[in-house]
Design a protein around this ligand. Sequence first.
Ligand code: SME
Length: 165
Amino acid sequence: MAESIQFTTGADRARIYAELAPQVEALLAGETDLVANLANVAAVLKEAFGFFWVGFYMKKGDELVLGPFQGPLACTRIAFDSGVCGHAYSTRETVIVPNVDEFPGHIACSSASKSEIVIPLFDGNGGVFGVLDLDSDKLDDFSDIDAEGLSLIVRSVETAYAKRS
Ligand code: SME
C-alpha cells in the first residue's frame, strides 16, 4: 500500500483532485475494511486541501451517524430532514452552501465553519448509504470544481462500499 500521496502543492483544486483520484482508487482497492478506507479518504482530503472539517456521516436506521473524519469533534447524529447533510441525503444531490448562516436548518457543529459541501454516496442499488461532508472556515469556498473533483473521489468510496468486508 502507498504510504503517502503525491500532489502538486499550490496547484488549482481541479488539478489536485485529478492527481488524487487515481491514488485514492489504488489505495482503496487494496483494502476491504470500510472504516479504514473512509478514514484514509478523510485524511487524504484534509492533507491535500487543509479544509476545516472533512468526514462521513453514514445511514444507520433512520438517521445519519458520524463516521470517520478529520477535524474538530462534530455532532454525532443527524436526522434525514436536518441540516445540509440531511438535505443532501434526502434530495440525493450534492449541496453547496456558500454561507452556512443563510442555510435554513444548518447544524452548526462549530461556529468556525462558514461554507460547506455535502455529497451523497450511492450504494449501487438505488440507495444512499451516507454522505461526504466538507466544511471550510472561509465563506464561499466551494464551487462546481469541488463537486466535480469530489465526485471522482466518491466513485472510489462507492466501489469500496460495494465490496466492503
Ligand atoms: N453542518 C452539517 C453538520 C455536520 S458538521 O458540519 C461536521 C449540517 O448542517 O448537516
